[in-house]
Design a protein around this ligand. Structure first.
Ligand code: PLP
Length: 402
């Protein structure tokens, strides 16, 4: 069967506009299309393939585990799922885990849990959720409505209610908004899709304090920032606070679909039998890989290297930027990196991304103003050099045609 990029337009929902190629295979940091082109990948499947593409270790876990078990549903339990739960709880100090298949599902579960806890402990009037402008929490109707970009939730009919969006890092507005009726506050400790924007420590301290005061659950969406991405296993470890409920997904199973919600007994106990569920969630195979990923990525040696490579990329980009000025700043949170376009090139991140693609470098954007990089966490220094060479050529080319 002849498959080309045009096939996409013929057979797929048009909700994506993928680059002009069809991927055939990928290994490590390299992606190969079906015309024989080779690309250096700084996207890792949007911060998912944390150990690179098709790593041997993950292949081996899949081979071994799949001889025993692939899926059994949640009417039974299995060793792989319980092992991953134990590992995650041990690493974080939380007491209960719930597994699902994606970031949106993890947030859906966390938000439903916040509502259910408040409903059972305080009554139905306590149902308001506070979230933040430019946040992103996934695409189910609840999670996308909670997300801070109306354009993603408009036009689908009546939205889930009692959701308030306020500016990020704005203590005064938060103080005025939270009340006895707030059941939950959800935020990304570093906004990913929003442009690699970090929550201020003072802001988080205030949010934690007022969530305690008003008995609102504090939810951290660590779908993008978790699993070593920012240099610690979870990003909250670098903040002065700890959330009541934490959501994880993306890199957790290095490319297999998985999502997780971690919390304390006092919250989890409100999800009694029948209150929530999923067919695939906690799938044995995904969890087997998840356990492998957690062991690898949570080691201090591995995490230190993430920080070192982050510094190194920052140096490289600074050097490129001196030669070909294009960026106003670099937002470097471990290997979640945002290159902020200067005033003359605001809104052009998509164009720059296309120019990188032309030079066989795969990148992400975060809105119009930020080129986002999320390389594999185990990317080697010589591969970074290779990627930076391509970035330099791309930037030079981009500036010459603007
Ligand atoms: C990617 C992302 C999600 C959504 O995850 P899916 O697996 O696409 O549902 C939610 N929150 C954040 C912060 C994300 O980066």
């Amino acid at each position: 069967m002849k498959i080309t990029r045009k096939t996409f337009d013929e057979v797929m929902f048009p909700c994506y506009t993928p680059m002009d190629m069809v991927i055939k295979k990928a290994h490590g940091v390299y992606v190969y299309d079906n015309k024989g082109n080779k690309y250096v990948d700084l996207t890792s499947g949007i911060a998912v393939n944390c150990l690179g593409h098709t790593p041997d270790g993950v292949q081996k876990v899949i081979r071994t585990a799949s001889k025993n078990l692939i899926h059994v549903s949640n009417i039974f339990c299995n060793e792989y799922t319980l092992t991953l739960a134990k590992k995650l709880l041990h690493k974080t100090g939380y007491e209960k885990a719930f597994f699902c298949n994606s970031g949106a599902e993890a947030n859906e579960c966390a938000l439903k849990l916040a509502r259910r806890v408040a409903f059972e402990e305080y009554g139905e009037q306590k149902n308001e959720i506070i979230s933040f402008a430019n946040s992103f929490h996934g695409r189910t109707f609840f999670s996308v409505t909670v997300g801070g970009q109306d354009c993603y939730s408009d036009g689908f009919g009546p939205k889930p209610a009692a959701i308030t969006h306020i500016p990020f890092n704005d203590i005064k507005t938060f103080e005025k908004t939270i009340s006895e009726n707030t059941c939950g506050v959800i935020l990304e400790p570093i906004q990913g899709e929003g442009g690699i924007l970090k929550a201020d420590d003072e802001f988080l301290i205030k949010v934690r304090e007022l969530c305690d005061k008003y008995h609102a659950a504090l939810i951290f969406d660590e779908v993008q920032t978790g699993v070593g991405r920012t240099g610690t296993f979870f990003a909250y470890e670098q903040t002065p606070v700890k959330p009541d409920i934490l959501t994880s997904a993306k890199g957790l199973a290095s490319g297999l679909p998985i999502g997780a919600v971690l919390t304390y007994d006092r919250f989890a106990k409100h999800f009694g039998p029948g209150s929530h569920g999923t067919t695939f969630g906690g799938n044995a195979l995904a969890c087997a890989v998840g356990s492998y990923v957690v062991e690898k990525v949570s080691s201090p040696v591995f995490l230190n290297k993430v920080v070192e490579k982050s510094e190194y990329i920052k140096e490289c980009v600074n050097r490129i930027n001196k030669k070909y000025p294009l960026f106003d700043g670099i937002r470097c949170e471990g290997l979640l990196i945002g290159l902020v376009l200067d005033d003359a090139h605001k809104g052009m991140s998509g164009k720059l991304q296309k120019c990188c693609f032309k030079h066989k470098l795969l990148t992400l954007v975060a809105h119009g103003d930020v080129l986002r990089l999320a390389p594999a966490l185990n990317i080697k220094k010589d591969k970074i050099d290779e990627a930076m060479k391509l970035l330099e050529e791309s930037v030079k080319d981009f500036l010459s045609v603007q």
